[in-house]
Design a binder for this molecule. Structure first.
Ligand code: BDR
Ligand code: CA
Length: 311
């Protein structure tokens, strides 16, 4: 299996991404889950990560708390999408599994130094604060990272938190810039692909029909999350952004994209956090990321439903 660290700000879609990974031990070994502030403050994201591990029946998973604030800006949260707890929808209980004492950034550094070079993949599902902090504190880890597979950014679909920026990049553009300039192989799931992973009513029914606590909780989470997108955008259902990352690790053939240059806007007030993605190769700048543009949505939901039913 591929060894990964999931860096996350749960978030209903983060929760589904984590469940998918924990349900797939043949393909994915989760070395640890590192929480970051994003959709809701850190005190809630680290707690939500533990709730999700317990829901999956994997309380032995190690969860670490990381950065509570972006590198240089004030934290922007998204309760308007995810609810007050970040995991609104199902009835969930406080976790009993422990939070690890070590800081998430130190866990990331220590793991990359101790595992064989090129064998650990980082999977950021939220703002890139923990990852950028680790790279700043320990530049020696960069060449040791196999790949960073992340959810963030947008090109044709432009923004969801401002007209030009996607939430994860917008919350910490300085951190995103560090990651996109790092030279580490990047595989990016922007809104262009995640807006094709829509939880339609039949797909939501399929989660519920699993009939287990996991299946029902996922249906209730995507129901809550869906309310926002359906009302606001008139789309067929909520986009399952973050699970695209973990699905890619299991079934890469479901996704297709282009290796292009992507730069992060860190200065402009109007377009702060924009991912300036050179899809047509007009800049002459060196490609630094594979930007995914398409997925096989039915294949993605078949995989998700089948895996969730294993938990
Ligand atoms: C991203 O922002 C968060 O609200 C979601 O969890 C996802 O990671 C989508 O823009
Ligand atoms: Ca997220």
């Amino acid at each position: 299996p591929r060894k990964i660290i999931i860096d996350t700000d749960p978030g209903q879609d983060d929760a589904v991404a984590i469940l998918l990974a924990l349900a797939s031990p043949e393909e994915i070994e989760v070395l640890g889950i590192t929480a970051v502030a994003g959709n809701v403050p850190l005190a809630l994201t680290q707690k939500n990560a533990r709730i999700v591990c317990e829901l999956a029946g994997k309380p032995e998973t190690r969860v670490f708390a990381g950065c509570a604030e972006p590198l240089s800006r004030k934290l922007v949260t998204a309760e308007h999408v995810h609810g007050k707890t970040g995991l609104d929808g199902p009835e969930l209980h406080d976790p009993t599994m422990p939070l690890q004492d070590q800081h998430a950034v130190d866990f990331i550094i220590e793991t990359l130094r101790s595992e064989p070079e090129g064998t650990v993949t980082l999977c950021p599902l939220g703002p890139l604060t923990n990852i950028a902090t680790a790279l700043q504190k320990a530049p020696d880890i960069a060449p040791r990272i196999q790949e960073i597979v992340l959810m963030g950014g947008a090109y044709f679909e432009v923004g969801n938190i401002t007209p030009s920026a996607e939430f994860n990049i917008y919350v910490d553009p300085q951190a995103a810039e560090i990651v996109f300039k790092s030279g580490i192989p990047l595989f990016v799931m922007p809104l262009d692909v995640t807006h094709k992973a829509l939880v339609t009513t039949p797909r939501n029914d399929a989660f519920r029909a699993i009939g287990t606590p996991v299946g029902i909780a996922v249906a209730e989470m995507t129901d809550f999350f869906e309310r926002f997108d359906k009302e606001k955008y008139g789309s067929e259902g909520a986009p399952l952004h973050d699970p695209c990352v973990t699905a890619y690790l299991i079934r890469p053939e479901l996704f297709s994209g282009r290796h292009i240059n992507v730069e992060i806007e860190t200065q402009s007030e109007l377009t702060l956090g924009m991912t300036v993605a050179d899809w047509w190769g007009v800049s002459g700048r060196k490609p630094n990321a594979t930007f995914v543009g398409d997925l096989d949505a039915d294949g993605f939901f078949d995989l998700l439903t089948e895996r969730l039913s294993r938990l």
